[in-house]
Design a protein. Structure first.
Length: 324
């Protein structure tokens, strides 16, 4: 297994082909997810990521109420060097009830970026994502503020996450009109069970040269095991339960057939499908078990045939956009 490195979209930033999603790490007493790993348990994954060459680490201010950022910041110092890690975090979700506690106003972005930098123990982030669209704030206010934090040296590149294509286009248009910095990355949900982004967002990103860094490429684990198999997360996580749709069963079974024919884990096949899409720069893979990151890197060696791709895509049933 050997890591690959690519440019993030049409930007000059080089990232590992696999990104490590860090929502799995944080104080679970302050998390929405009971399966979040505490700092001692999370350390093995940071170490393993460095050993595997996974140098693109993604977190967010809202993950476990900021403790994910704290864990990530300390792990960079312990297992790597700041200059060797492409670090991303996000802004928009609620951190407190005050006017700067959530959203994409100038006040919120400036306040929350400084708070994230303090928790991460760094003076800059490489990619700063807006976590959701804020329809209460003018897009010009948001984009000018993001441009300003780049000019201030606190952010290197900007990205967006989980919104309608028209909203993303509106933000990019505002940047173009005023000469502000444009987004270089889109972090949306994309996997064999959730493919609605293919209709508008992914073609838009391809046209704009925006690199996609999709989350949940394995559909919350549903694409890594035979249909009906349950785990502690699948039975306790409200978000993961949204993947228990009858229309998804034929897709999961198709992935299983391809994996069995190849003699590889289902995770290799499902992730290889995401990696096969030209607009995808680096899918985000979360880890709570030792084999998760190794499986992700192994997927880089899987080259699916056109027939295999067609067999797994054919059973898909259209669904409403789903951004969690």
């Amino acid at each position: 297994m050997q890591m690959e490195y690519v440019r993030l979209g049409s930007s000059g930033l080089k990232v590992s082909r696999i990104a490590m999603g860090c929502m799995s790490f944080g104080d679970n007493s302050r998390s929405l997810h009971s399966w979040s790993l505490n700092e001692d348990d999370a350390q093995q994954f940071f170490r393993q990521a460095v050993e595997l060459g996974i140098t693109f680490w993604d977190t967010a201010n809202v993950y476990s109420a900021g403790t994910s950022e704290e864990f990530v910041g300390r792990a960079i110092k312990q297992f790597s060097r700041r200059e060797d890690i492409v670090l991303s975090t996000k802004v928009s979700g609620q951190m407190h009830n005050g006017p700067g506690g959530s959203g994409l106003s100038r006040k919120a972005i400036l306040e929350q970026l400084d708070a994230s930098l303090a928790r991460l123990g760094t003076d800059y982030v490489d990619v700063y994502y807006i976590h959701r669209f804020d329809d209460e704030v003018p897009v010009e206010e948001t984009m000018e503020t993001l441009h300003d934090v780049i000019r201030a040296g606190k952010v290197r590149y900007i990205g967006a996450s989980s919104m309608y294509a028209w909203q993303f286009a509106k933000l990019q248009r505002a940047a173009d009109q005023h000469g502000w910095t444009r987004f270089v990355a889109m972090q949306d949900q994309y996997n064999l069970l959730k493919r609605e982004e293919e209709r508008e967002m992914l073609p838009l990103c391809a046209d704009l040269g925006v690199g996609c860094t999709p989350y949940s490429p394995l559909a919350k684990g549903r694409l890594t095991r035979p249909w009906g198999t349950q785990t502690s997360r699948s039975t306790s996580d409200v978000v993961a339960k949204s993947f228990d749709l009858d229309v998804d069963q034929p897709v999961v079974e198709a992935v299983q057939r391809v994996a069995e024919q190849r003699g590889v884990p289902m995770a290799h096949v499902a992730l290889a499908w995401v990696l096969s899409k030209p607009v995808v720069s680096a899918p985000l893979v979360g880890a709570t078990k030792p084999h998760h990151l190794a499986d992700a890197v192994a997927a880089l060696d899987v080259r699916l045939t056109e027939d295999e791709v067609a067999a797994m895509e054919a059973p898909y049933a259209p669904q409403a956009p789903y951004w969690w």
